[in-house]
Every structure is written in structure tokens, then in C-alpha cells.
Ligand binder design. Structure first.
Ligand code: AMP
Ligand code: GLY
Length: 420
């Protein structure tokens, strides 16, 4: 079958790598893709907001499956629009209603409350309820967690140690710091623990769990400095024992999927649980309606199953017939980023040494081609993924290859997988 993959980051590069191994795949198109996805398929430049253009392409190229990498098109209803035009198209990604689990923090909190899924205590306030919100902040323990309700490109969560500062930030959010995403704000209790990421493939009724991962969001070693889109990831996650695993499934994953079914939400695709382990008990920090980045860069290399077959099973209604098989080796991915990221950084730096990489996968993220040469084109430039019997050995391979790839301002963390 022909597949169209939407997106252009490291996540989509790892998707393209994995999909390209499937015997079920005829042609893979990636829109817009990057010079890395071109190794596995054909990049095309479609305006995904233009449904006429998109559906023309789907028809002309006989696309049977479309996979939506990032959240924004899902929240904007791409599933619902395409479903109307192509009732038989396999669309991987939830309906707009399902995507609200990521697109509205308030919706997600209400959902968790309704189905008894453990999460931080919270209250919700609209722009015109500033005084009530201040009262609530004053009644809380510190630090205070403020969350813009809507999508804010991963920047909409603030953790503030001081109440007066939190009140000031709340004001900034209500005044438009995150645009209309901040017209409603969730204020919640801070949970102290270690985070991990769980991914499932679901048809809205049944689910299959993919390998568990942990990402490293802070820019600095030992988890210091500013939050980024992710500096690396590891899979499996060493602190997850059988007890935590069972609690994760029973208290979180099963009730979530059952809630989706009970509320009659059309959900066919990936569901990403951002979880935190608080003294041996799992809590939901957030839901995402897609795969994680950079988690995908370790999850897919550890997934032995044919990904196309699993995704097709969603639509063939036989997901339960499959058993997920994990590569026993550990996977580590290290992101090479532009100097200065996540604040100001320069683009357009020549990238060299890619041909010298040995024994690792390189997933391109912020890279473009300029006059036939590869140059940096974003904060997160590329992900180096390695597999080995231990995460120590996997990290060692990543770091060796991180040395041989060069661009001006290159920076990366050397402690991925080793903060705890
Ligand atoms: P998000 O943008 O929703 O991924 O949140 C960003 C990060 O904020 C999360 O990965 C957590 O590290 C942190 N976070 C969000 N909510 C809480 C909470 N209630 N307690 C502790 N940390 C939180
Ligand atoms: N790695 C976190 C995310 O994809 O949102």
C-alpha cells in the first residue's frame, strides 16, 4: 500500500525509517519531510491546511494510509475532514474530539476526574476569574504549576516556586503570553517524582503497548537549565518494576481507553501518556495524541513488529491478535542541538561527518539542503540512536558518533539515561 506521513522532525524520520522496513509498503510519501526522510521515501510539499490539495494527492497517488506525526493538525480536525471525503482511508491519529486530550488541558483533567484516573489536584479559571484564581494560588503549597489550556508549542506549562511570581505569571498568561491558548488556565498541585512516557496504539477500544521510554527535557546535564523539546531519550526505563508497570496499566491505561470508548470518542492511532512515578504510584502529567519526540527515536528501534501491520490492524479490527515484541537491547538517543537552543541560536551551519557514523542510526530533525549541502535548520538538529546490551554501551556508541558529526555550535548532553 501507499502511505503518506505528515511531519518533518526527528520523530517523522524515525517513523519513515520504521515504515520503510515493512513488506506491506509500496510507496512512502512524507510531507514536508526533511533530507533524512528522503532516504526512506519521497518528500512532497503539501499544504495540509488545504483539504482540496491534500485530498487531490491522496486520490492521485492512491494513498491507503495517512499518518499524522504532530498534534496541531489533529487538534484542528484533519481526521474528521478526511474521514468525510475518504471513508475507507486508514487515518492514523484521533478525531478532533480525541485530540482534545492534548489540545485542552481542562478537557483532559475533566476526563481523568470522570474516570478516576490519578492526576494532580487542580482548579480551572477563565480570563475573567483572576481574583478567584489568586485566592486559589494563595491556598496552595508551592511550587505552583500553571498550564495554558490550549496548545502552546510545548511552552504552555510553568512551574513557579514563589506565589507572588505565580500570580504575576498568571496575569501575563491571561494578558496573552500564550495567545488564546491561555484564555483558560489550569492551576495544579506540583507532583514530585520521576517522569516516564508510555505509548499505545489503539482503535479506541483495544490497545497495544509499545516499549516504554523516558525523555530528557532539560537542556543541561543532571537535568538543569531550561526546558527543551527533548535532548535525548532512553528505552527501557530502569526504575519501572513489575509493580509500577501493573499499576500503570490498571490505574491509567485501561481506564483511559475505557473512558474513550464510553464517551464514544473516535480514536484510532497513538496515545502518549506523560506519567510521573510518585513514591511507587503513577500519575498522569499529560496526554498527547501522537508519538513523542525524541521518544519515537528509541521506541521504534526497539519495536520488532511490522509497524504498518499494527496500524492496519486498527482498521481491520484485529489489534488483539498481535503480540508486541521488543528488541531486548537497550536504546539511547542523543540529540545534537544548535548552540544557544532553546533560546536564540543560529541556523545554516554546514553539517559534516555523517558518513563517518558507525553502528548508530541518525535521524534528521532540523536539517535542510542548501546548494546540495546539509545545513542546520532548527534547534534540534539530529538524533543519534544506538542499541546495545546495556544502556551504558548504547550511550557510549551515541557519544562516539556525536564526536564525528560536526557543525558550528554543536551541543549535546552526555548523561542521557544516567540522571537517576
Ligand atoms: P507539558 O508541556 O505538559 O509536557 O509539561 C511540561 C513539563 O512540566 C512536564 O514534562 C513535567 O516535567 C512538568 N509538569 C507538568 N505538570 C506537572 C505537575 N503537576 N507536577 C510536576 N511537574 C509537572
Ligand atoms: N517528548 C515529549 C513530547 O513529545 O511532547
Amino acid at each position: 500500500m501507499n502511505i503518506l506521513l505528515i511531519g518533518s522532525g526527528g520523530r517523522e524520520s524515525s517513523f519513515a525509517w520504521k515504515l520503510s522496513q515493512s513488506p506491506l509498503l509500496d510507496k512512502l510519501y512524507i510531507s514536508p519531510g526533511n533530507p533524512g526522510t528522503e532516504h526512506y521515501g519521497t518528500n512532497v510539499n503539501l499544504d495540509i491546511n488545504d483539504i482540496t490539495e491534500l485530498s487531490g494527492f491522496i486520490r492521485d497517488e492512491i494513498i491507503k494510509m495517512i499518518i499524522i506525526g504532530p498534534e496541531a493538525p489533529l487538534v484542528n480536525g484533519i481526521y474528521d475532514k478526511l474521514k468525510k471525503i475518504f471513508p475507507k482511508l486508514m487515518i492514523i491519529g484521533p478525531s478532533a474530539r480525541g485530540a482534545m486530550l492534548e489540545g485542552s488541558k481542562f478537557f483532559a483533567k475533566k476526563f481523568m476526574e470522570e474516570f478516576g484516573i490519578p492526576t494532580a489536584n487542580y482548579a480551572v479559571f477563565k480570563k475573567d476569574e483572576f481574583n478567584k484564581a489568586v485566592e486559589y494560588i494563595n491556598s496552595m503549597n508551592i511550587p505552583i504549576v500553571l498550564k495554558a489550556d490550549g496548545l502552546a508549542a510545548g511552552k504552555g506549562v510553568l512551574i513557579i516556586p514563589d506565589k507572588q511570581d505565580a500570580i504575576q505569571e498568571l496575569k501575563n498568561i491571561f494578558e496573552g503570553k500564550f495567545g488564546i491558548a491561555g484564555d483558560t488556565v489550569v492551576i495544579e498541585e506540583f507532583l514530585d517524582g520521576i517522569e516516564y512516557s508510555v505509548f499505545v496504539i489503539t482503535d479506541g477500544k483495544k490497545f497495544k503497548m509499545l516499549p516504554i521510554a523516558k525523555d530528557y527535557k532539560r537542556v543541561g546535564e543532571k537535568n538543569t537549565g531550561l526546558n527543551t523539546g527533548g535532548m535525548g531519550a532512553v528505552s527501557p526505563v530502569s526504575f519501572i518494576d513489575d509493580d509500577l508497570m501493573i499499576k500503570t496499566i490498571v490505574k491509567i491505561i485501561q481506564p483511559t481507553i475505557s473512558g474513550i470508548w464510553q464517551k464514544d470518542i473516535d480514536y484510532k492511532g497513538f496515545l502518549f501518556f506523560g506519567l510521573i512515578n510518585v513514591n511507587g504510584d503513577p500519575y498522569v502529567i499529560e496526554y498527547n495524541c501522537r508519538m513523542g519526540d525524541p521518544e519515537a527515536e528509541v521506541v521504534f528501534p526497539r519495536l520488532k513488529n511490522d509497524l504498518v501491520e499494527l496500524l492496519k490492524a486498527i482498521y481491520d479490527d484485529n489489534l488483539s491478535e498481535y503480540t508486541i515484541e521488543h528488541e531486548p537491547n537497550a536504546a539511547v538517543t542523543v540529540m545534537l542541538v544548535s548552540g544557544g537552543y532553546p533560546e536564540k541560536y543560529e541556523k545554516g551551519k554546514y553539517i559534516t561527518g555523517l558518513d563517518k557514523v558507525k553502528d548508530s542510526l541518525v535521524f534528521y530533525a532540523g536539517i535542510k539542503k542548501e546548494n546540495g549541502r546539509l545545513v542546520t535548520d532548527g534547534g534540534r538538529v539530529l538524533a543519534i540512536t544506538s542499541l546495545a546490551e546495556t544502556k551504558e554501551k548504547a550511550l557510549e556508541k551515541c557519544l562516539k558518533n556525536a564526536e564525528v558529526i560536526n557543525f558550528e555550535g554543536k551541543y549535546y548532553r552526555k548523561d542521557i539515561g544516567f540522571d537517576i
